[in-house]
Design a protein around this ligand. Structure first.
Ligand SMILES: *Cc1c(COP(=O)(O)O)cnc(C)c1O
Length: 292
């Protein structure tokens, strides 16, 4: 039996080992669609509303029909139920919405759940090695070129995957993209956060990076705990000088950058505090008030 779950937007649960897409689906032939990845923990999907809000924003950016979020809430609920019937382990729930078939007929939507990649536990516990790679554009490019879809979580991830393979060939686990000006942008699948005492800083989304749901949740919790949370320019030298450098995302949560371009970074005193704030941020129900 497969340890995976597939549920289509019409609420049908599918055999995860059977083919699902038509050969001309624009997800497959153009990467023309959007996605979200949510963590299933303790039998529930984390941050559902934040992810659905971003799904709707991504759909607007691609001129896709507005997703019916109630349909997606149902599909996510069904997918979680199916997963929980198999295991109480954490799962990675992916929501996919493509433009549909080239021959027409409207968008294709489905959710899948599978186990977490083995790199995740290691990244959480031991941190990651990272290298900076140029992304090839300047920080004002996103505003000037909306067709680049830099603010949307699109299915076109071939270059992100290539960057990660390039890093792996150099012995690094992760990538931190930089702009033409040499500013820090983001990871191929994560948001960069640096810590300096009780200040957390992440680069502004206007610089052409994706608005992360996890960093948003973290900043809410950290602010309530007395941290100052800022969106500001970060340069690679700031990473070296920071007390802590983190890659934040929905599945891996908080991965501390242990080495950057081969240089060992400092171990922050508040590493456990940051990890537990991220855990708390994603586990609490949205709309709950934060008790400092
Ligand atoms: C998904 C993703 C992130 C992290 O977003 P979360 O909502 O925190 O998982 C950051 N950058 C990129 C490019 C991503 O694809």
């Amino acid at each position: 039996m497969s340890d995976r779950v597939v549920v289509t937007l019409d609420g049908q649960v599918h055999d995860a080992d059977q083919p699902l897409l038509c050969a001309d689906d624009l997800a497959a032939v153009r990467g023309d669609g959007i996605f979200e990845t949510l963590l299933i923990r303790d039998g529930a999907a984390c941050g559902v509303e934040r992810h659905l809000t971003r799904l709707a924003a991504s759909a607007r950016a691609l001129d896709l029909p507005e997703p019916d979020l109630d349909d997606w809430r149902l599909v996510i609920g069904l997918a979680v139920d199916e997963w929980v019937r198999k295991t109480r382990s954490e799962g990675a729930l992916r929501v996919v919405l493509s433009r549909g078939r080239e021959s027409g007929g409207g968008p294709t939507g489905y959710a899948t759940v599978g186990p977490l990649h083995e790199r995740v536990a290691k990244a959480r516990a031991e941190g990651v090695s990272a290298m900076t790679l140029g992304r090839g554009y300047s920080v004002d490019f996103a505003a000037a070129a909306p067709w680049q879809l830099m603010s949307a979580k699109t299915l076109s991830y071939a270059t992100n995957m290539a960057a990660l393979r390039h890093a792996a060939q150099q012995g690094a686990d992760e990538v931190i993209y930089t702009s033409n000006e040499g500013q820090v942008l983001e990871g191929p699948r994560s948001t960069v956060v640096i810590s300096r005492g009780k200040t957390l800083i992440t680069p502004p989304v206007e610089h052409g990076i994706l608005a992360g749901t996890t960093v948003d949740a973290l900043f809410d919790v950290a602010t309530a705990k007395g941290y100052t949370c800022e969106k500001a320019n970060i340069f690679p030298a700031d990473l070296i000088a920071a007390e802590g450098v983190w890659l934040i995302s929905s599945i891996t949560l908080a991965a501390r950058v242990v080495t950057l371009n081969g240089v060992t970074l400092a171990t922050p005193d508040n590493a456990d505090d940051i990890r537990s704030m991220v855990d708390f941020a994603i586990e609490r129900g949205e709309g709950d008030t934060v008790d400092a």
